[in-house]
Design a protein around this ligand. Structure first.
Ligand SMILES: Cc1cc2nc3c(=O)[nH]c(=O)nc-3n(C[C@H](O)[C@H](O)[C@H](O)COP(=O)(O)OP(=O)(O)OC[C@H]3O[C@@H](n4cnc5c(N)ncnc54)[C@H](O)[C@@H]3O)c2cc1C
Length: 416
């Protein structure tokens, strides 16, 4: 079924009786050409591009819960291409280009909104770092504008410019940055993959990976054994547990990241804003809720909820930056399990077991990576060769020391 404005109107006129389920609910087959463990954004986009770009349709996505119930439906939806380091810059730049055509590609309204992202800076040193980042982005063909204090004030007059502790010096505007509706992205890729013949199997937890003579031959699941010569482990926060089924110990720690949403308000914040002196960022959803978050809870955990010290930190940072939000009531908060690598950059690679591939380590930033990750992981699984854009995302870099440091846990966390 093709979705269109006309379809919405005609269905509305005739009682909405003609809509079909967005994907089938198949029973698992005994054997597939390839299996993907994990029905999050990355697993579903990999399945979609395996079918679309590489003609592999005898494949299954095995999801232990329901599609979109993991981090892909729990994140704060920021989509941007303002990464600094070679390796990450080209990957995220490609991802944003895929985002820009995603709705027509999937025939699905993912509510991608390029409302502009502004990273604030609060010192001369931070301004230099953002100027350098902006130049790297422009050199790569992406957009960046360095705003001075008055430029920021014109766009975001409600920030507290008078506070003396963390004065706002300016901001780096990335106009093509913005947000999208998180679970719609999962649903759009799921529908597109299903239409191309991919079996999406929910409530099917992988409990073991079968390996014979150094080659993968299939998986054990709560719905029986399934054979496959190729298996992609794409389980985000659970990557360490899944890889352990193949006897692997990953350079991954799983941590909780929390997010918050307020009651619906009239439109007040029309950009994505990131505070530079405390981990706090905010945007407003189309329903009116202020959506905001901060840093990790900083302890390893598989619990998808956080604790009060980080709640306090996030609220303090928000109040420092824009005291007006103190009057909004927080409606909900939740947590997701983040697959953190020591250098903050992802892994898309083969493993030492033939036919077993891994895509993980998305840290705080894997939502925006969903299209490019599927693009590169499907290339790897279909052709057994690494895509040019993912060539630095090697698993062995943690052994050889060729790190790609881009965020808060690494040695140069100023480059996040
Ligand atoms: C609060 C929060 C805010 C965030 N904000 C942003 C943001 O603004 N921008 C951004 O780019 N990123 C953001 N992220 C990060 C982003 O959400 C993740 O990096 C990304 O979603 C992870 O990839 P995924 O979608 O494939 O993960 P998931 O959706 O978690 O998918 C993994 C799937 O694997 C399944 N699985 C696990 N084990 C098994 C098993 N044994 N068998 C079968 N299935 C299994 C899980 O059930 C899950 O559905 C945020 C994350 C959180 C938690």
């Amino acid at each position: 079924m093709r979705y269109s404005g006309l379809k919405v109107i005609t269905e509305g006129l005739f009682g909405n009786k003609g809509w079909k389920p967005a994907w089938r609910n198949p029973a698992p087959k005994a054997e597939y050409d390839a299996i993907i463990i994990g029905g999050g954004g990355h697993g579903l986009s990999t399945a979609y591009y395996l079918a679309k770009n590489h003609g592999m349709t005898n494949i299954a996505v095995l999801e232990k819960g329901y599609l979109g119930g993991g981090n892909v439906g729990r994140n704060t939806t920021i989509v941007r291409a303002n990464y600094f380091l070679p390796g990450n810059t080209e990957f995220y730049s490609h991802s944003l280009k895929l985002w820009e055509g995603l709705e027509s590609e999937l025939n699905y309204n993912v509510m991608h909104s390029q409302r502009g992202l502004i990273n604030l800076f609060h010192s001369d040193g931070q301004r230099d770092a953002f100027a350098r980042r902006g130049n790297a982005m422009i050199n790569h063909g992406d957009d960046a504008v360095l705003l001075d204090r008055d430029g920021v004030r014109e766009m975001l007059p409600y920030l507290d410019f008078e506070q003396t502790r963390f004065p706002i010096y300016g901001g780096l505007l990335h106009a093509r940055g913005g947000s999208a509706r998180h679970d719609a992205v999962a649903w759009g890729y799921a529908r597109g993959a299903d239409m191309r013949g991919v079996d999406l199997i929910q409530n099917c937890e992988v409990t073991g990976i079968d390996i014979e003579n150094g080659k993968v031959v299939g998986v054990q699941t709560t719905r029986g054994a399934i054979k496959a010569k190729k298996v992609g482990m794409i389980a985000a926060g659970r990557s360490g547990q899944v890889a352990a089924m193949a006897g692997m110990r990953l350079p991954i720690e799983s941590h909780v990241l929390q997010a918050f949403v307020t009651e619906g308000l009239k439109p007040v914040i029309d950009h994505v804003i990131s505070f530079g002196m405390g981990h706090f960022y905010i945007s407003q959803s189309d329903k009116g809720g202020l959506v905001f978050g901060g840093d990790l809870d900083f302890y390893a955990s598989y619990a998808a909820r956080g604790n009060l010290p980080m709640v306090e930190h996030v609220m303090e940072a928000g109040m420092t930056l824009m005291p007006m939000i103190g009057r909004a009531k927080v409606l909900r908060s939740w947590g997701g399990i983040m697959d953190m690598t020591p250098d903050g950059s992802p892994i898309i690679d083969k493993t030492h077991i033939e036919g077993l591939y891994i895509d993980c380590g998305w840290n705080y930033g894997g939502f925006k990576a969903v299209p490019a990750s599927g693009w590169c992981m499907s290339h790897l699984m279909a052709t057994d060769t690494t895509h040019e854009l993912a060539k630095r995302f090697r698993l062995d870099r943690f052994a050889t020391g060729h790190l790609l440091d881009e965020e808060g846990t690494g040695s140069q966390h100023n480059q996040h």
